[in-house]
Design a protein around this ligand. Sequence first.
Ligand code: FE
Ligand code: FE
Ligand code: FE
Length: 235
Amino acid sequence: MFSSARSCERKARASATALRWIYSLPLLRGVQGVRKVKNPTTRERTKGTMSELRELFLDELADIYNAEGQLLKALPKMAKAAQTDSLREAFEMHAQETEQQIERLKQVFEIFGKPAKGKTCEAMKGLIEEGQSMMKEFKGSAALDAALISAAQKVEHYEIATYGCLCTWAELLEENEALDLLKETMEEEETTDEKLTDLAEECINEEALGGGEEEEEEEEEAPQARGKAKTPARR
Ligand code: FE
Ligand code: FE
Ligand code: FE
């Protein structure tokens, strides 16, 4: 037993030495070095034709233009699913604002002398898909509206982050007309986010909490239903 353990130890030491030797080879060091080098052609391509920040701005603009389009389709579905009138109205109002926001983005493209063209925003796609699956999961639950608010606030925060960057870049690029348009939209997104927080705090979270208590009482009366009720705390 003892000599076998010693033999294993010797083998492990030999493997470690072999690995150190392999990684010391110039060929492998070279390969790792190549990975760290930034693609020089990308930098050369933009230099002298359009500033890199301008290119980044237009890339982000295309992303949010597509994201707003996706949201415009999703908001009526969220309004339809909402159980509380005030939440449904908030979604309907934000759908109207989103239409205006898309018009403002078209104006920004025009200021930059570019056609309004979107680029699929994978983040918005994911946020909307997640929201839709929550809508399915909580259908008929007292916590549905709280789930809708959570999904909508994730979207608003994504938009606020994007418009925040666009505003900063527009300012740096000295595009004041574009900056004013983007600022107006960012303020709408912030107001929507605050309104959703107010709705959650005023009544919707309480309703979700109340719904959970009722379910617990029902479960005591009907033990066979245990495990079927869904409340956020159980997820
Ligand atoms: Fe928006
Ligand atoms: Fe995006
Ligand atoms: Fe929004």
